[in-house]
Ligand binder design. Structure first.
Ligand code: TYD
Ligand code: MG
Length: 462
């Protein structure tokens, strides 16, 4: 017979224990353990039952068929592209982002496109906003459809029936942190609730064959608050990023069971909703002429697309005992490492200087290919010598000051040429094809070579 068992769950991180604990050993929070009763089945009998069923689940790989369903398109543009060409029905997607970034707007627009394209029902479950607030947003976006059903409800039990009745093609839950299951003795928004509801909904999506979007809020530092713990339970994880006070928005897939990750989609938040940006590779370049020192342009790859981004550096005499190192959009470790390489290779000394780094436009530069541009930006600010705005710099810098090869150099150069740049500085022997574009290519083998291209060679003690 099934036995009832009491377990204790941490509300912050979901850690479980057979006894109540004051402090969670995993996330170190105090007073977060909640009691829960679960039904433990008879293990022996379950094993026998599983063995008799297992034949259905074991198959040679070659006999398994591919999906025959068509992918459903959500916006006929950036969102579909980032997802690898739309989504299969029964997929669960987590859309995570900071509050106010535009998650509700993006998905309301997707609801509208889906109903227009396929003429089927979609359900938008609003657990946070009132019907009037959604109506207001829809009006702004110019959306009005008989097939979009809005449910204002936080109770999981209440809206499951609507899903069964309306047979939707798409269901949006806004947000997963605000929905609760009355069967779970934990308050809404806690990890236990979020996980339980997300699991039940994704099972339902698989059985009924609809696309499920779960909206999740992320805190400013990008962790905890729920969604992170859901990432392993869903098929696709999409991050919605950008600066709330600027109009640029980026979507990025970090997990996709049905396609590639690493692609980014670029949108602009306008008065009348999100619009895709048709030609995004130059949006991270500032307008106007570059005339101050410390500014260099780099071509980075985001997925398969090259983007040209300006990196900026500022070196100032410090007024502290320990000089400051600060970076926006670039990892601080990388900055320290590159400073050490510059100091060693070029015998410049930053000991008495604060160093600030920034990637313009809010893009996060993670690629090693931007190392050389960062180094040159730092040196440019340090020596007060400007680098022409018509030059693009690409290359990874090794600890010995050597310039290492980067991937997809040709497509980066092509994009730079297309946008009217006149010269590109690249690692030695990195080019595989002959270029047809009208752009001059300068190859550099070491950081010292690159230094000599732009700065007074005599000023460097070697
Ligand atoms: P919202 O989609 O509510 O963000 P989230 O669901 O991520 O919290 O929208 C966020 C902001 O976008 C809101 O402050 C107003 C702005 N906005 C526009 O600029 N234009 C629009 O058409 C809409 C609907 C919103
Ligand atoms: Mg919202």
């Amino acid at each position: 017979m099934a036995k009832k068992k009491t377990v204790y769950f941490c509300d912050e991180c979901g850690f479980d224990s057979v006894q109540w604990l004051g402090k969670c050993p995993q996330c170190k929070s105090w007073n977060t353990f909640k009691e829960m009763t679960i039904t433990a089945g008879d293990k022996g009998r379950r094993r026998i039952k599983a063995a008799s069923r297992s034949k259905e689940f074991i198959k040679p790989l070659s006999s398994i068929k591919r999906y025959e369903q068509e992918r459903i398109l959500l916006d006929h543009s950036e969102l579909d592209r980032v997802l690898g060409g739309g989504l299969y029905p029964h997929t669960t997607v987590l859309l995570a982002g900071e509050p106010g970034i535009g998650k509700s707007t993006l998905l309301l627009q997707a609801c509208s496109t889906v109903t227009e394209t396929y003429g089927k029902n979609v359900i938008y479950i609003s657990a946070e906003e009132s019907l009037e607030q959604i109506r207001e947003r829809a009006q702004r976006l110019g959306i009005c459809s008989d097939n979009i059903y809005i449910v204002q409800e936080n109770n999981f039990d209440e809206f499951t029936q609507h899903i069964q009745d309306l047979q939707p093609i798409l269901v949006v839950v806004d947000s997963i942190q605000a929905v609760f299951d009355p069967a779970v003795p934990s308050s809404p928004g806690t990890i236990t609730q979020v996980r339980e509801v997300a699991f039940k909904l994704s099972q339902m999506a698989k059985e009924e064959g609809f696309i499920l979007f779960l909206i999740g809020h992320v805190t400013k530092d990008g962790v905890v608050a729920g969604p992170r713990t859901l990432e392993h339970m869903v098929d696709v994880v999409v991050y919605f990023e950008g600066d709330r006070y600027q109009s640029l928005r980026l979507i990025r897939t970090v997990k996709n069971r049905y396609g590639a990750t690493g692609e980014i989609g670029v949108f602009e938040m306008r008065e009348e909703g999100l619009r895709h940006i048709a030609n995004p590779s130059s949006i991270f370049l500032p307008d106007g002429e570059n005339i101050t020192p410390g500014r260099v342009t780099v071509a980075v790859m985001e997925g398969r697309r090259p983007f040209l981004v300006e990196v900026q550096a500022l070196t100032n005499k410090t007024s502290f005992n320990n000089p400051l190192r600060r970076a926006l959009g670039v990892e601080l470790n990388k900055v320290s490492l590159l400073l050490a390489v510059i100091e060693r290779s070029l015998t410049l000394n930053f000991a008495g200087y604060d160093v600030f780094i920034k990637a313009v436009g809010g893009l996060k530069l993670q690629e090693a290919a931007c190392d050389l541009s960062l180094c040159l930006a730092i040196i440019s600010s340090f020596t007060m010598v400007t680098i022409s705005p018509q030059i693009v710099v690409i290359g990874e810098v090794g600890l010995g000051g050597e310039i290492r090869k980067v991937q997809r150099l040709e497509s980066r150069i092509k994009e730079a040429a297309r946008l009217g740049f006149k010269q590109v500085v690249v690692p030695k022997k990195n080019l595989k094809e002959k270029l047809t574009q009208d752009i001059s290519v300068r190859e550099v083998g070491t950081l010292a070579d690159a230094y000599d291209l732009f700065f007074e060679p005599a000023s460097r003690k070697s």
